[in-house]
Design a protein around this ligand. Structure first.
Ligand SMILES: [Zn+2]
Length: 405
């Protein structure tokens, strides 16, 4: 499927083979195939011309976009060119950022990591290092002393404790001072009550302190009582589709706030709580709640890269395949904690796009192995077998497993 093409520079080729950082763009790259610019645009047969600096120089039907001499051409008939995906919920402590990028993910939000790791990964206003996606971070997850996830998968620095409103304000100000992109709070109670849940007054203090510092708050809330507590405190987002069936009135209440909900449906299916979550997702979508693509990378059954199963779960929730892709592109790009990505291909703006071997709206499985990922002025062409099987023998400890989810 690779057509035309000028010879690659030896040095760059070696970098690509050695790993994942990709190569610089030379005089530019022209990507041929079905072009979907994203958003409301309709796909068409054409070409996307990216200049040496990594900006979209032109896009349109081939007859309207002449490819200058010396510009490398990739793709061709049957290929698909469109915006790369943004995963709104990952844990890079349990999954590789480089592998995510090779799998078509051009931006992620890490929703829970030890402070030092998160600040090291964070992209902020700088361009990501070669071979890595944009990375927004929350740092450690706010919770009650001894609360989830500090006594399970998050024992090693993934939690920050807020036992009182004053402590909550102090911790949030500290995170804001560190430069996190978003604040995460966990509202989770173990069945026998061994894990305390932050009380309403503390959740409220977290939200007020975060808003005072210009940060939004995403909440881990899977049960009805946790969701009520989150909505009462005016959090800005739910980090998961809840797994306990929500009453219709609560669904409507969530919709009335306008808050987005990050899907993470596939991992719930892998863990056995998928059906209730899928029913909630459908109800939330019907009520007008914006669902956004997120995998909870690192959790049960996940793997780095765009997960066509998660897209299918979103499609099945009522979004359809186009809607699922919008949830993973333009809509995800608008979330708090995401910078420098629009989820569209726009002339004059930096390209963050993928070249796939087929149309993902017809064959979602083409996401398993993108032919190329172009963002931040570099072209990454994955080599080797498609990472389409999970290796359970080498998988590290994963979030929520101890909850049986
Ligand atoms: Zn998570």
């Amino acid at each position: 499927v690779v057509v035309g093409g000028v010879r690659r520079q030896a040095r760059s080729t070696r970098v690509t083979r050695a790993g994942s950082a990709g190569e610089e763009l030379g005089r530019g790259v022209a990507l041929h195939g079905t072009v979907w610019p994203g958003g409301d645009a309709e796909p068409y047969d054409g070409v996307v011309l990216v200049d040496a600096d990594g900006r979209v120089a032109a896009l349109g039907p081939a007859s309207a976009v002449p490819v200058p001499a010396g510009v490398r051409s990739i793709g061709g008939p049957g290929c698909w060119v469109g915006p790369g995906v943004i995963d709104a919920h990952v844990h890079l402590a349990f999954g590789a950022a480089e592998a995510a990028l090779r799998g078509g993910v051009v931006g992620v939000r890490d929703l829970g990591a030890p402070r030092r790791d998160a600040l090291r990964w964070r992209t902020g206003h700088r361009p990501p290092p070669p071979g890595r996606p944009y990375i927004g971070v929350t740092g450690p997850i706010l919770t009650a002393p001894g609360g989830y996830p500090s006594r399970s998968w998050g024992a090693a620095g993934f939690a920050a404790f807020a036992g009182t409103p004053a402590a909550a304000r102090l911790v949030v100000r500290g995170l804001a001072g560190d430069g996190v992109d978003l604040v995460k709070i966990a509202l989770e109670r173990e069945v026998d009550g061994r894990w305390p849940m932050p009380p309403p007054v503390v959740v409220r203090a977290v939200v007020e302190a975060a808003h005072g510092a210009g940060l939004r708050v995403t909440a881990h809330a899977l049960t009805v009582d946790a969701v009520v507590r989150a909505v009462d405190a005016e959090v800005d987002e739910l980090a998961h589709t809840p797994t306990e069936r929500l009453p219709e009135a609560l669904v409507d209440r969530i919709a009335s706030t306008g808050m987005p909900v990050v899907s993470t449906l596939q991992t719930f299916f892998s863990g056995g709580a998928g059906r209730a979550a899928a029913a909630n997702a459908a109800a939330l979508h019907r009520a007008g709640v914006p669902l956004v693509y997120g995998t909870d990378l690192g959790n049960a059954g996940t793997r780095p890269g765009v997960d066509p199963r998660e897209l299918d779960r979103l499609a099945d929730a009522g979004l359809g395949r186009r809607g699922a892709l919008l949830a993973a592109t333009v809509r995800a790009a608008q979330l708090p904690g995401v910078r420098g990505r629009t989820g569209r291909l726009t002339v004059g703006e930096p390209a963050a796009l993928v070249l796939l071997a087929g149309d993902p709206m017809v064959e979602p499985g083409v996401w398993h192995r993108p032919l190329a990922v172009l963002c931040d002025g570099r072209l990454v062409e994955p080599v080797g077998p498609a990472p389409d099987t999970l290796d359970h023998t080498t998988r590290r400890r994963t979030p929520d497993e101890l909850l049986g989810r």
